[in-house]
Design a protein. Structure first.
Length: 318
């Protein structure tokens, strides 16, 4: 049988991999982590005041975790949409949302395209995607091999654009979306580990640009290449949470200090921190990413406004 995609430095004909540094954690590693874990307790709930999405030439409103409503001069994008109460294969067990979505689903504007970075449950939430498909969202852009999940959610084949790293597509309004590499992995409860590609997105609309990193570990060479090939973004969304313990997480999630380095290597004019404060996935406290980000910015001599950790229901116009 011929491979579904051309072999490359990140696809061997069957599964995908990180070409520079790939880490596959075993179930033994997971067991070791859980037996040794001393997670900092999170609050049961965190108050949120839902907001209407900001509008502008480059405006971003935080829904929570990695979900943002992004307006680029009238073209509205939605990143890794999750409105469910849990991120899990089942609705009754798994990491539970501690803050309501910062934008109520009923108040979403018309969505021109969804950017789906990879298949993990805290980024690829099929119940939310099914609601968006039923609501008429007509375009989803995602890395290779994620189309089966989107079809399962109810999107027709013609709505799904699967791209390899560095491939691009253009949306109405001359908005160009390029899938960029990330250092991560993929898996769900069933299927082949790393059977679907992961990535980020560089989005350009006229003179404005937005970068969404997806899930990623730190990797100076990778982000230097993104800067060289895709340009410096006006605004970057970079993960700052789900990073402890480092021996387990360093190969897949950057910590706040590493996120600041990613910001600098990218040459981003401003950045926002994501992937924190909504679901307790790892051992650090809920607010620790915010405090660690502030320390890292101070260590680099950067002003706090340059890289802010947006709470759900807040946003900025860059």
């Amino acid at each position: 049988m011929n491979p579904p995609f051309p072999p490359s430095d990140h696809f061997d004909g069957r599964v995908f991999r990180n070409p520079r540094q790939h880490v596959n954690r075993s179930w033994g590693d997971v067991l070791r982590w859980k037996l040794q874990a001393k997670p900092t307790p999170w609050p049961e709930t965190v108050p949120v005041t839902p907001a209407d999405p900001l509008r502008g030439p480059l405006a971003v409103t935080a829904v929570g975790h990695a979900s943002f409503v992004v307006d680029l001069g009238g073209t509205v994008l939605l990143t890794d949409p999750v409105w469910s109460d849990r991120v899990s294969p089942v609705s009754w067990y798994g990491p539970k949302r501690v803050q309501a979505p910062g934008v109520s689903f009923a108040r979403l504007p018309r969505i021109d395209a969804i950017l789906l970075s990879h298949d993990h449950y805290d980024h690829c939430d099929l119940p939310t995607l099914a609601r968006l498909a039923a609501g008429g969202v007509s375009r989803v852009i995602t890395p290779l091999a994620n189309g089966d999940l989107l079809r399962e959610a109810g999107f027709p084949r013609e709505a799904i654009v699967e791209l390899d790293w560095w491939q691009s597509t253009t949306l109405p309004g001359a908005v160009e979306v390029t899938v960029t590499p990330a250092q991560h992995w993929s898996n769900r409860a069933t299927g082949v580990r790393n059977g679907r590609l992961w990535g980020g997105f560089m989005v350009r609309s006229g003179a404005r640009s937005f970068f969404f990193a997806g899930d990623t570990a730190a990797n100076d060479a990778l982000f230097s290449e993104i800067r060289s090939r895709a340009g410096e973004p006006d605004l970057a969304a970079i993960p700052i949470g789900a990073y402890e313990p480092r021996w387990f997480m360093a190969g897949q999630h950057c910590n706040p200090a590493e996120a600041v380095t990613v910001h600098r290597v990218l040459g981003a004019r401003r950045s926002i921190g994501m992937h924190w404060g909504t679901f307790q996935l790892t051992d650090e406290g809920r607010d620790e990413p915010v405090h660690a980000l502030a320390r890292a910015l101070s260590d680099h001599g950067l002003e706090p406004r340059v890289f802010s950790a947006l709470e759900a229901g807040t946003g900025l116009i860059a």
